[in-house]
Design a binder for this molecule. Structure first.
Ligand SMILES: *Cc1c(COP(=O)(O)O)cnc(C)c1O
Length: 359
């Protein structure tokens, strides 16, 4: 059977080359006589894998030496609790609520201290990113939390928000490695890896060293960044296989020109789709232009029955997982790094045909 064009928001497509390499190495990794799935995380073979994965990730993201990279479990959702537990020193933190996941992060933080929502775009169903300026941030807040790309609503920060000298914490689950970011502007970046980097099971945290070691006393050991950093992400068993695949994906991204090249290709892919949507008589993009995501393109026909018909016919034609998130309906095409330009071109052709038949 042929592979389909998979527009899933996550877990999502991985580069075919990576899957083929993982398949070739499945039963006997590099002469070890065993699969990466079967080996001890304390073995020299695995040690080389995790070290190389981190080194390649650091190169790809241009991560400075005063930042630690942690390979964790629990998904981005566990970080919603880990962030306040580690970083709330005065007990205060400010949140920007620009979609569903940032709302969940905010709600979780309220359990542990005085979390305040300083801006939200809820008034227009999260179709834009609220502007923030340093004067909106409370003087004694320990950090400001943002979600950099809103997976469900298809919006993204057009630039790094200005929070003055406050520590900026960003959930980058759905945009990490899609384009270069200046890591030095952030205190913490975290991401569930299953959107743009690896299979599910791995969560990556990039944290400035001086932000560790000040967690509250009663923090669960597993959530303490210092514990994880001191043990090189091996306090317990890490998500070994997902880390190995992430390593293959990083090598693939580096071989294909790194994040500058990813950005160029992602911009081109997103433009193909948005240009079509902007000129379509049937389909309409839902996010405001200035804040459009390159990774998650959300659109509607304005008629629920027609949306449903579109998703059904698209799936039959090999374009799968185009249904929007269950909370918002409509359609969403997630076009992460692994989605080839041809996949987006083919989708646009299919949409043109559907429009001609249904407008
Ligand atoms: C998918 C997603 C999450 C949730 O990730 P899990 O790994 O499932 O916990 C959080 N934030 C953003 C921006 C996401 O896209």
């Amino acid at each position: 059977m042929n592979r389909v064009y998979n527009f899933s928001a996550g877990p999502s497509m991985l580069p075919l080359e990576v899957l083929e390499q993982a398949a070739a190495e499945m039963t006997n990794y590099n002469g070890s006589g065993m699969s990466v799935m079967e080996m001890s995380h304390r073995s020299p073979v695995y040690d080389a894998i995790i070290k190389q994965t981190e080194a390649d990730f650091r190169t790809l993201m241009n991560i400075p030496d005063n930042y630690k990279v942690l390979f964790l479990q629990g998904g981005a959702s566990t970080q919603f609790a880990a962030i306040p537990l580690n970083l709330m020193k005065t007990g205060k933190a400010d949140y920007v609520v620009s979609g569903q996941f940032s709302g969940k992060a905010f709600k979780e933080a309220k359990k542990y201290g005085d979390a305040k929502c300083i801006a939200t775009s809820e008034d227009k169903t999260f179709s834009y990113i609220p502007e923030i300026t340093p004067d909106m941030v409370r003087e004694d807040a320990d950090y400001v939390h943002v979600c950099y790309n809103n997976t469900i609503f298809g919006t993204k920060y057009p630039e790094v928000p200005n929070v003055g000298d406050k520590v900026l914490v960003a959930d980058m689950s759905s945009c990490i490695t899609s384009e270069p970011v200046d890591v030095t502007k952030f205190g913490v970046i975290y991401a569930g890896a299953q959107k743009n980097m690896a299979p599910a099971g791995l969560t990556v945290v990039i944290i400035r060293e001086d932000l560790m070691g000040t967690a509250r006393e009663d923090i669960p050991t597993m959530l303490d960044y210092k514990t994880m950093a001191d043990n090189d992400s091996m306090y317990n068993t890490p998500p070994c296989y997902a880390i190995y695949v992430a390593g293959l994906v990083y090598k693939w991204a580096l071989k294909n020109g790194g994040l500058e090249a990813m950005k160029e290709r992602n911009e081109k892919k997103a433009a193909l789709l948005y240009d079509f949507l902007d000129n379509s008589k049937l389909f309409k993009a839902t996010a405001e232009k200035k804040y459009r995501s390159m990774m998650n393109v959300c659109f509607v026909t304005g008629d629920e029955a027609l949306d449903k018909k579109f998703c059904k016919e698209a799936a039959e034609a090999g374009f799968v997982n185009l249904k929007g998130h269950r909370s918002v309906g409509g359609m969403r095409a997630s076009i992460y790094n692994a989605m080839p330009t041809e996949g987006v071109q083919a989708l646009v052709e299919f949409m043109k045909k559907f429009e001609a038949e249904n407008a």
